[in-house]
Every structure is written in C-alpha cells, then in structure tokens.
Design a protein around this ligand. Structure first.
Ligand SMILES: Nc1ncnc2c1ncn2[C@@H]1O[C@H](COP(=O)(O)OP(=O)(O)O)[C@@H](O)[C@H]1O
Ligand SMILES: [Mg+2]
Length: 336
C-alpha cells in the first residue's frame, strides 16, 4: 500500500507555499490524520518553521546519522540505495523529514539520470535514483502509519522538483495575485504535463523493477490565491485585474482546457481559497514556533489578535477539510 502525496507547487518564491504546508500539516493532524511532512526545498524553510535552532544544529551536525532527506538519498550518489530517515516527531500525529542545504548536491544526479537513462540498458538504477524521494518518504510513512504525505518544494522547475512532482498524486498551486504569478502559470502547466508524459514514457519503456514505482499523477487539485502580497500603496484595481485572470489562465495553462467561459474567481471551483493576509500574526507564530491559529495571549496574541486567531482557525479548518475531501481523505473532525 502506498500513502498519497500532496505537493504545494509554484515556480515562484514568496507566494506562501511553505507557510501553507506548515499550517495545513498541523490542521490535517488536528483533524485526526497522521501526517508526514517532507522538506524538499534545499533552503529548508519548512524545517526551520518546525524545529528550533538547537534541534536544527543537532540534526545537521556531522555524524547525526540519516537525519535529513539528503542524508537518506545520499548513498545513491555512490552505489547504494536510500537509507531510512530518522524523522522528527513534531506531535503525536505529525512528523517531519527535515530538509538539508546539501540537497542541491543531488540535483545534477537527478538531471543526468533523467536524460542519460533513456539509452541505458540497466534501468533499475535510474528508477532507484529518480524515485529516491518517493521511496524514502513511503518508507517513513509506513513506519509512522501516515495517512498523508505533504511535500514542500523550492521555487524552480529543476530536477529535484521534477523528482518531487513525479512522486506526487495531488498538486495544489499557491498563487500571488500579480503578473509574475500569471506568467508563472504559463510555465508551470506545460512543465507539469511534460514531466508527466516523460515519466509515463520511462515507465512504459523500461523493464518493471522489483520495487513499486510512483504513478506520476500530479493531478492539479486547484489553486490558492494569496492576498498577503497586496501592499496598501498598490491600487486595489491592479490586484483585482490579476485576480480576474487567474481562473482562465489556470484552465488554459494547468488544465489544458478551453478557458472561454471560465467563471469569476469567487465562483471558481478550482479556487480553493482566497487566503487572507494574516499580517503580524505570522511573525508572532514564527517566534512562538506554532501555527497562527493556536496562538495564545502569552505568545502576544492579545486584543484584536485574539479574534484574528480564531478566524484563522476557521479559515484553515475549512481549507484543510476541503482539500481532504477533494483528494478522498476522510478526516475525523476531532478538534483537539
Ligand atoms: N497568509 C499570509 N499572511 C501574511 N504573511 C504571509 C502569509 N503567507 C505567507 N506569509 C509570509 O510571506 C513570506 C513568504 O512566505 P513563504 O511561505 O515562505 O513562501 P514560499 O514558500 O512560497 O517562498 C513569509 O515571510 C511568510 O511569513
Ligand atoms: Mg518556501
């Protein structure tokens, strides 16, 4: 049995991917799911959100064992296979495979394996390398008994992200409401389809290995439009102009569908949320190393903040339930 993988993906940085993975992982766990979060961004921002500096220093220290995703897949740079990760427990229902700055050292291997392996006769090794993230994450998910694996990835269309995406069943696209995000969609959609057909071709052409391969679905669940990029100095009109174009651009570029009668964003079933700007709750939460929706007065969430905290709880609860429903995961609505 394999555990479903949900990936938050956009080739632009600063659109709130890591914040979403962090908050939704917590919310899925709160709703009763067992969640494995995996930090596949060499910048390791998700890892830094979950763990304090002492814990980070320990797991990034020399000789710390198989403490990160890179250390897990590193034997593949030589003649070995992945080693099981010593994942970090965040909560009884939430664990993390930590990221690693050194992960970028795997990019070249993934890149040359993808292209070079088409002419290679021994296909088992290329399959091992290209599916290393997926197999390592699945092994951890099995040990933990996870219902869901969530991937956070860096903002690019490189070989690490290709390996992450071919390991993904479901993809959510976080978007800023600006020109860059619309342009980004025009690259992202065709790239996803290219990776999907490239993976299917390799699976069809190469002999089936004696281990399970990911299906490479990369099914687009929908998008989340961010409002936090909206600066007060920027006219609201410019913001709504970009927002208005998202439903048709998402259909054209990501779904490869006719976009002629795309609905307004508020009515678009692919719009999972228009996410609020949580302003100063975000830095408070980062400081407290907690999701914004569980901040307390002792964390600085006083006065109007306290109200914003309970609203944020409802926002993320709704979003997590919606996504879980769309990807066929039953959540027990146990709010602990
Ligand atoms: N909904 C939000 N409201 C306010 N600030 C946000 C929100 N989402 C993200 N941010 C802030 O925006 C910055 C970029 O977010 P991040 O999640 O790191 O984006 P990415 O992973 O796409 O680069 C961070 O400083 C984060 O705290
Ligand atoms: Mg990030």
């Amino acid at each position: 049995m394999t555990t479903p993988v949900l990936t938050f993906f956009n080739n632009k940085g600063g659109v709130g991917k890591t914040s979403l993975v962090y908050h939704l992982s917590w919310m899925f766990a709160t709703q009763g799911l067992r969640v494995l979060a995996v930090d596949l961004d060499p910048q390791a921002n998700l890892t830094a959100a979950f763990l304090d500096e002492d814990r980070l220093a320990d797991l990034w220290a020399d000789g710390a064992g198989t403490s990160t995703i890179f250390r897990s897949v590193k034997p593949l740079l030589d003649v070995g296979d992945f080693e099981p990760v010593d994942y970090q427990t965040i909560d009884p229902r939430l664990v993390l495979i930590p990221g690693d700055l050194a992960l970028s050292g795997f990019e070249d291997e993934l890149s040359s394996t993808w292209t070079g392996a088409l002419s290679d006769k021994n296909k088992t090794r290329p399959f091992r390398i290209l599916t290393a993230f997926w197999r390592s994450a699945q092994e951890s998910a099995d040990r933990f008994g996870a219902d869901l694996i969530v991937f956070d990835v860096g903002p690019n269309l490189g070989a690490i992200n290709r390996a992450a995406l071919l390991a993904s069943n479901h993809v959510v696209v976080p978007l800023g409401a600006d020109l860059f995000s619309l342009q980004g969609l025009r690259n992202l959609g065709p790239t996803l389809r290219d990776w999907q057909t490239g993976w299917t071709r390799r699976r069809d052409d190469w002999a089936e290995p004696d281990f399970t391969l990911p299906s490479g679905d990369m099914h687009p669940v929908g998008y989340i439009a961010m409002r936090h990029g909206v600066r007060l100095t920027r006219p609201v009109k410019a913001y709504t102009r970009w927002l208005d174009q998202i439903p048709s651009e998402f259909r054209r570029s990501v779904l490869a569908q006719d976009a002629a009668d795309a609905p307004a964003i508020e009515q678009d079933p692919y719009c999972l949320a228009l996410l609020k700007n949580y302003n100063s709750l975000m830095p408070l939460a980062q400081e407290a190393r907690k999701p914004i929706f569980v901040l307390r007065p002792a964390d600085g969430a006083i006065g109007a903040h306290a109200n914003a905290v309970s609203k944020a709880y409802e926002d993320f609860k709704g979003l997590a339930s919606d996504i879980a429903g769309r990807i066929d995961l039953a959540t027990a609505s146990t709010h602990t």
